[in-house]
Design a protein around this ligand. Sequence first.
Ligand code: ACO
Length: 323
Amino acid sequence: MIRSVIKGVGSALPERVMTNADISKIVDTSDEWITERTGIRARHIAGEGETTRSLAVMASRKALDHAGMRPNDIDMVIVATSTPDNTFPATATMVQADLGIQHGAAFDIQAVCTGFVYALTTADSLIKAGQAKAALVIGAETFSRILDWNDRTTCVLFGDGAGAFVLTAEEGEGANSDQGLLASKIRADGRYADKLYVDGGPSTTKTVGYLRMEGREVFKHAVNNIATVMDDVMRRAGTTANDIQWFVPHQANRRILEGVAKKLGVDESRFVMTVAYHGNTSAASIPLAFDVAVKDGRIERGQMVLMEAMGGGFTWGAALARY
Ligand code: ACO
């Protein structure tokens, strides 16, 4: 059977770092409060000229270099984002153009913080269906542009950045020993749309709007939803947490990740955590964290890695891969 193999990974962060101390000069908060409740110490914030598109392109070039491939080898570009450069066209088409690719397909996926898991699942399905042979799957966000910088309950949580995977179609045995994506599951329950949303849009207010969130409500659902979908994916693949070397979660909040690790009975040291220095970068957080752990030597070829996320919608999902 065809497998979507992760040939290369890359990431990009804006130059400017904003620490908790910097934020406490903008809103009534403290390093102590933010660190204790979220584990976040700093985040990168896009400057003028740094956009979702430019971060996505930078991450993609690094992923292509890592894979030893050229832009022209790619025949599908997917960008998971909730902060596109424009309402349309899709940021993916801009990335495609910047990379000089003139064939294949390019489109965006909108599942907020779960965007990268949705994008991986979509890319894998299209690769298996013969629509593409090599895909760039990107998570890229500039959430700083949709934050209400007067609202201390949300502006302390998020950051900007991008991460990318190069996926290629390879022949596998159909067994768990195969390299590539082994199983995934995506979920949504729109009854909770008003718990985490942006209060504007082209068809309603004709503005971009600002992020609004009932933090406690999100927290309440997060651990259960994430742990359940991870179990589901492990069951689909016929494997258990013991066989999986690394967990690369969406980086929303350290306490959510600790809760998930505890529920799964997995030691936290097997969870790749970058939330302290990236904050919550929404759809970018999984590929960003994955890239950090590959480049620092934690994630090695042949190891099994389980990725998971939950976000606005609510949406949630998980994807298991052998790297
Ligand atoms: N600095 C100082 N005080 C603050 C801040 C802040 N930045 N934000 C809120 N407070 C105050 C509140 O006003 C409140 O004060 P009060 O008791 O006088 O009314 C107090 O702190 C407690 O507020 P809560 O909202 O109850 O704090 P909680 O312990 O729930 O922590 C948090 C808030 C961190 C947002 C938590 O609910 C959370 O992590 N939720 C998950 C949200 C999340 O991660 N969302 C990301 C997107 S979804 C995803 O990616 C999974």
